[in-house]
Structures are given as structure tokens and as C-alpha cells.
Design a protein around this ligand. Sequence first.
Ligand SMILES: [Ca+2]
Ligand SMILES: [Ca+2]
Ligand SMILES: [Ca+2]
Ligand SMILES: [Ca+2]
Length: 367
Amino acid sequence: MRVLCLAATFAPWGIGCLGTGTGGGGDGDTDIDADTDVDTDADSDSDGDCPPAGVATQLPLGPPVALASATDLDGDGRMDLLVSSGDGVASFVSSGCGALGAAASVLAGTSITGLTHLGEGMAAAFDDSMTLHALSGADLGAGWSDPVAGLSSPGAVLAAHLDTDGDRDVAAFDATYGNLLRVENTGSGWSVRTQVALPAGISNVAAGDLGGNARDEILFLGGGLVEVVSVADFDFSDVRPLTFDAHAAAAFADFNGDGNGDVMVAAGSGVELWTSDGATNITLVDSTSLGGSVLDVATVDRGSGPEVAALVAGGGVRILDGTFAETGSAETAADASRIFGGDVDGDARDDVVVVTDAGSAWVWRTL
Ligand SMILES: [Ca+2]
Ligand SMILES: [Ca+2]
Ligand SMILES: [Ca+2]
Ligand SMILES: [Ca+2]
């Protein structure tokens, strides 16, 4: 019975099964691991649909995943997941104990090139007609769409505080990261504020606050590492190349606990800690090797301060504290490519969600 339920979830977006009881399980049960409903963490898992705590558990999502993001869409304090196969955007919302259930799919027939979360129940998607969509709520139904002009081809989008009004705005890139539009989130629409040409060699971007003011800094990653410092609203004219070594991804938080924002950066087979002086000057202070190419990093806070969760090629996940001591590890799948940190089960400790290219989420309810 439960195996049928698992199989049903491989159908296209929107087929309910996980966490919803609408799939093939005739008893309404949605036991994602099809085992014996052993409840390992005393979370009142009466119907067996909770991913067990302490190990990474595979939840099928559907079609291959080209883009993914994560935020709390329905405001219940639990991190939810947004994914796109390239055609439309689907939401998978956390149930009480961290199972991710298909909630909605929108923009069917629209080719999506970029997906990011704005926080506070909102996400942004960019499409190949150069339209930027704000998506809100578990059903992704509330929000707005506006064309944004100025790019030759649509590509990635990155949420960041580009001004000081407290909501996240969007940096929209062309397909080769050659140009960037700074787009204001007005609360009811998108407004392109400035445009800038970028240096060659960028393959990823990340944003977070490294001090100086309430706006975020942006890191350009790829065949180097470049810090772009916020100078004024929608003005990032202070561009600082930091190194020409390859860097893949970045996660922001105050990792050394001195009150200033820092950043953990995936670099080759290791992770680097760059700390800030509170005035946007960052310095490489330490690094560690994880024995394989580090594909992605995320910040997790399990109640004792921020740590970094690193995804190593092949599917291994390691959690490291600010001194690079390993505080947890898990194994996922060989095609795992993205990692997210956030509390999926509502116990106030961040968990880890890994997304694979083939269309699975691995939920690791951390201890
Ligand atoms: Ca939620
Ligand atoms: Ca803003
Ligand atoms: Ca710090
Ligand atoms: Ca948790």
C-alpha cells in the first residue's frame, strides 16, 4: 500500500501524496519511508508520515529539478520547498513533522530560468519572457508579475536587501551572468532601479549582510571570488576581487560569534571561513577539506549558534561549526546538487533539505 503511494508521487507536480493522504495509500497513511512506522523521536507520529529524526530520508518530489529554493511559504514557522523542472513552479509544504507534501503548481507552460525566496512567505521566479513573478503563500497564488527590461536573456535571480526598507529585493541576471538588474520589491510590484555589466567568469551568486549598513553585500562566485559592497540603495559600486581561485557557493551568518556577519564559502574540496570586521571588510581566516568537491553550502542554527552544512559531490552532507569541528553528517544521493537549511519540523532547531537533480528531496531532521 505504501509503496504504491511512493510510486504515485513520481507523477507530475501537483499529485498529492506526501503529507496529504491523497495518494495511493488506501489507509490515508503517508508513510514516506514505507517501513514499520517506528517513531524514533517521540513526536506523536501517530500516522507514520514523519521522516525519522537523525537520518536523511528521501522524499520523491516528481519530475527532474532544475531550480529550487526554500522558505516558510505558509507562515507556520516550518521551512517549505519550491522547485521547478524549468516548466512552472511547484511548492512542497512541510507538515507538522517535516514531511514535504505537494501543495500547488503555478505558471504551467512558462519556462522558468530563475527561482529565489524573499522570506516572509514569498518567492520570486523569472521567466524566459523576461517577466519577474512574486509568488506568495503555500498555493503560490498571491503576488504580482511585471516585465523587467534591460537584459538580453533571462537567467538567475537572487533575493537581497538592496535598500533599507526591510523587504528583500531582487538581483536579476542574464543567462551568462554578464549583466545584472537591481530590481526593487515595492510590495506590490517590481521596479528596475539600476543595471550594471559584470566581469566574466561568474557561475553563481549569493547575498548576505557583511556590515556597514542594513543592506546586503553580494558575492560573485565562479572562477574567483568578488565581494560587491552596498554603498547606497541599489548602489553596489564598491567591487572588490578577493581571489582568483574557484569558488562554488556561499552561506552567510555570524559564524565566529563576534556580532559581525561572516560567510562560509565552498572552494574546491573544502570550505573557507571569511570573517567580517563589521565594516564590510572580509578576511579568509580558516579553511578545511571535506575530501570531495563541495557543491553547495547552507547555514543551519540548531540553537547553539550558526553552523554550515556542506554538500559534497556524491551526496555526503557535513555540518561544521565555526571552528570547523564536525557536529553531524548524513548521506543522500549521488545526484544531490543543492542544500538548504531551515526548521522543517517546528522544533526550533534547523534541519537540512537536500535536493537532487532527478527529483527528490532528502529531509534530514537534525538532532
Ligand atoms: Ca511552512
Ligand atoms: Ca527592499
Ligand atoms: Ca562574525
Ligand atoms: Ca527542526
